[in-house]
Unconditional design. Structure first.
Length: 363
């Protein structure tokens, strides 16, 4: 069975969970008789470079705004003709487009990741077309895959008319994070780890306040935050007001360095107030790094009982959770064991096999 994956996420996202998700899932399609093909003549997604060339029609461009615009324009012009040339029996739309990327008569599958645009519209520029395009894409789709039960519930809250065709297929994560990497420690002092963007719903400011309120700074334990560039002036000002400037270190990291950070960290902090799924805590758990999270959105669905939780809006409870894990080796070891078991329930193989079964309902 031939399934084409359109260009959208691969021409839009140089790095990120969505493109990594498709790149992780596509190789496993062959195991269940699916012949996948990404139709993106030019793309900027780094993750797609790891997919076998037989599964991709396209060439990687180093990311820049001009290269992204060119890749998108060519993708818009060629997705439908390439899907037709491939003989696609299903087209999997990777993001929300007003224009169909499937040839006429070919069934469409669409993945929905979260309702961030609906819940936090103030975070997005007026030129962001997601809220305009999403209802059109949802109406066009024959099957809608939600990456968690929480995402499905949120989807039906905003778009109840799609209930009959919306189903949950849980995302996975890269199992390579379960292999302990070699190499020296990446930081000279003990530390806890934060990863990713620091937008408002990610609750990074809340983590700064909880960390400052905890015993960790006085115990000589730093906070390393990876990604999203240097601290913004408002974040640096908050750290200064809290007296933790010298303890908060921002850095970038490729996957190899990230694995070493998970390996060395006392714990991984995941304070987000909203997630459609949550790949980083699974990576941390697989790597043997205890997780402290906020009990919100899909996070308990992903982390189960294998994480220590603070409560939404309660900085003190998050600070206490940090202390309970960071300052109790016995409790941390119990979370490590539980985390490895919990992360073992998720994989791109499982995601691919369940997705393939849905494709076959459309053949």
């Amino acid at each position: 069975m031939r399934v084409a994956f359109d260009h959208w996420i691969f021409t839009d996202q140089p790095r990120g969970g969505i493109s990594r998700g498709f790149a992780g899932m596509i190789p496993h399609m062959h195991e269940v008789g699916i012949v996948p093909k990404v139709t993106a003549p030019l793309y900027v997604a780094d993750a797609l470079r790891r997919v076998d060339r037989q599964d991709v029609w396209g060439v990687h461009l180093p990311f820049s705004r001009p290269s992204q615009l060119v890749a998108k324009a060519i993708g818009r012009a060629t997705s439908r003709p390439l899907a037709r040339l491939f003989g696609a029996q299903v087209v999997h739309e990777t993001y929300y487009s007003a224009r169909p990327t499937a040839p006429a008569g070919v069934p469409v599958v669409l993945t929905v990741y979260d309702m961030i645009h609906e819940l936090y519209p103030e975070l997005f520029h007026a030129t962001d077309s997601t809220l305009r395009n999403k209802p059109i894409a949802l109406a066009r789709a024959d099957r809608i895959l939600c990456i968690s039960d929480h995402t499905r519930r949120d989807l039906l809250r905003f778009y109840p008319e799609v209930a009959d065709k919306a189903m949950t297929v849980l995302f996975g994560f890269d199992a390579n994070f379960s292999t302990a990497p070699e190499g020296p420690r990446v930081h000279p002092r003990p530390f806890i780890l934060y990863l990713g963007i620091r937008r408002s719903y990610k609750n990074f400011d809340g983590l700064l306040e909880a960390y400052a309120r905890s015993r960790l700074p006085s115990e000589g334990i730093d906070l390393i935050c990876v990604g999203d560039g240097p601290l913004r002036p408002s974040e640096a000002a908050l750290a200064a007001r809290l007296g933790i400037t010298d303890r908060v270190i921002q850095r970038e990291a490729d996957d190899s360095t990230l694995r070493r950070l998970y390996r060395d960290a006392i714990l991984f902090a995941y304070p987000s107030l909203y997630e459609g799924f949550g790949i980083p805590p699974l990576e941390a758990m697989a790597a043997g790094c205890p997780v402290v999270a906020v009990r919100a959105a899909s996070v308990p669905e992903v982390c189960g009982d294998a994480a220590e939780y603070g409560e939404p809006g309660d900085i003190g409870s998050l600070a206490d959770a940090l202390d309970r894990v960071a300052l109790s080796p016995t409790h941390a070891d119990a979370l490590r064991k539980a985390g490895r078991e919990q992360s073992g329930r998720f994989s791109w193989r499982r995601c691919a096999h369940e997705t393939a079964a849905i494709y076959r309902t459309l053949a």
